[in-house]
Design a protein around this ligand. Sequence first.
Ligand code: FAQ
Length: 330
Amino acid sequence: MYAQMVKTAGSGVKDRDEMSEQEQDFQDRIDRGEKIEPKDWMPDNYRITLIRQIGQHAHSEVVGQLPEGNWITRAPTLERKAILLAKVQDEAGHGLYLYGAAETLGVSRDEITEDLLAGRMKYSSIFNYPTLNWADMGAVGWLVDGAAIINQVALQRTSYGPYARAMVRICKEESFHARQGYHIMMKMASGTPEQKAMAQDALNRLWYPVLMMFGPSDKESVHTAQSMAWKIKMDTNDELRQKFVDQTVQQIEYLGLELPDPNIKWNDETKQYDYSDPDWTEFFDVIKGNGPCNVDRMAARNKAWDDGKWVRDGLMAHAEKKAAAKVAAQ
Ligand code: FAQ
């Protein structure tokens, strides 16, 4: 459905004189900072861009449960197990808020899930990397949720009302997620030499994949110009990535760990840290399906979808039976 809509839509940022009167009015509303609501008129491409971004965001929350869910049974203490369980459950909730926001745009959750399972929609590249040990639970919470927060705090001001409102609650929960991750890192970095080495290794392995979460460099980003004109995105990919680096370097230093990139250096002129770009060839390869865990992640999502069919069918049959009984009673 979403994929069909994309095929029929045009693309490219329009100059004002190329816009219809209706499109100009719409752009004026955006420029005034008004929120767009589900029943308001909107250009087809605005709707499609939102379905793509919100849908992919929802899929990321759900697929994102897999690398951490894998560690629930192996958490080192009961307290850590309870925290991780609550966090992973929150991610399912985030998926639900976001699928709900996408549904206000005229697609059903089933349709976009089928688009994901058929490879027509993406989810965040980061979840195609493995979580090898307990230190990775710290690094995921700290870095992955930390990166997600930087992106999502800005999205609380996005122009589409249901998406912006979903982000408010999600950001509150994400901040708990990032803190529990950083707490694991603090414990490990101040633990035995072996624990500190595990924390360093997790940081080193996840650093570049986390930088990739913000998307390709601004030069390579296809959607940024139009999405920013419509305030679907509030900052460019590189701006958010820089914010993340500037915030995280000091956290790494506080932990007493080594910087994962020898080129990270404070730049007195720009008042921000210089850093090395991730390997963009690897990024494009991962989003094409060739990352270390893409096959496993999609197999897990397909299995969950197939195994859940009897539940969905049962609920539908029950709803139909109830509706028929109501009609018969009238
Ligand atoms: N992974 O033109 P752009 C989380 C694709 S939530 C995969 O720059 P755009 C919480 C992009 O879709 C993490 N694909 O695209 C959590 C496009 O391809 P398309 C998810 C990527 O949309 C924590 C193409 O590349 N967050 O982690 C990625 O303007 C722990 C060109 O790129 C969101 O989704 C990528 N990293 O900017 C859960 C936030 N980057 O669609 C569990 C909302 C780019 O044309 C555990 N999304 N692509 O086929 C956004 O802000 C934007 O969509 C960006 C990408 C910034 C991700």
